[in-house]
Design a protein around this ligand. Sequence first.
Ligand SMILES: [Zn+2]
Ligand SMILES: [Zn+2]
Length: 362
Amino acid sequence: MEKKSLAAVLEEPGKIILKEFPLPEVGPDDGLLKVEMVGICSTDVKIYQGKITTYPLPLIMGHEMVGVIARIGHRAARKWKVKEGDRVVLEASTSCGACEPCLTGNYRFCEQPLGYGLKTSCNVPPHLWGAYSEYMYIAPGSVVFPVTDALAAEEAVLITGVLANSVQWLCFLGGLKMGDTVLIQGMGVQGLGAIVAAKAAGASEVIIAGLSVDRERFPLAEKLGATAIVDVEKEDLLSFIKERTRGRGIDLVLDVTGSPPSIALALEVVRKQGTIIEAGLIGGDREVPFILDRLAQKEIRIQGARSKGYAATKAAISLVESKRYPVGEMVTHLYPLKDCQEALTVAQGKEGVRPIKVAMIP
Ligand SMILES: [Zn+2]
Ligand SMILES: [Zn+2]
């Protein structure tokens, strides 16, 4: 095994350097991951652009990873039920194991400042706190899930960052039931991933709404299980939904656009006593106008959604391991670690391409 790991370090917005770090010694409670593939999250792109400044620099980004256990301590092996050579995915957040969010599986709200690719600077020993790296440290409080070797890396890499969110938002927060009608607003990777969770949960209709620029994604949306695709620049979504549902409206609307008009529209298309899951972020402290009376008139429930918890990741693993959906096709661009800067540029949608998910092979 090598003694060092090459990692991509974000020193300041727009500036990434490749740097070698010594591999950490592994004690009884921690481990080391050989990173197989890491997804580029839109959060990474915003940190790189300097639009999100809440995370400490210098930073090894990368929190959507799949890899193989390279080293593991004996207590860690027992706790996580893994051994060297096992393939795993990890949550970005670590768990302190003691606070209320952690004890209820909601470690994303844990206030301990350790985590992968976001919360912990590479100045903090043992430095390898992100997956834009050949190896990543596995800290004692990590949440580790074994996954089968039968998955393509492109499938496994979408579990924690994309499909677990889909399960959490639609099934756990949205209460999606068999036979429900679902509208997904937004055709980014989160919107497309949500199609799969909606289908698997037994939705009778999975309608996805996107822009004209999303047209090249329509065939994939259909392959993933969408029953209807609406280009909102060509077609009036409200009339479409009225006709399609015979005036009843949609049981469950998921908004992942972060666009104010979509949020206002969700209140119109949702049925009486229906649910809206709002997972899009507008940015900053912007206010969004909508007709508040709709909430009372129609007894609408609006639920915010951010990331996911333990049970959703577990469910997403079974979903992907079922191999029933071509989820790997959402990874449209792959780069080696040395081209990290280019990968981040492409992920921004510059260079005239619109990738769905960009990933790297360190
Ligand atoms: Zn992310
Ligand atoms: Zn905690």
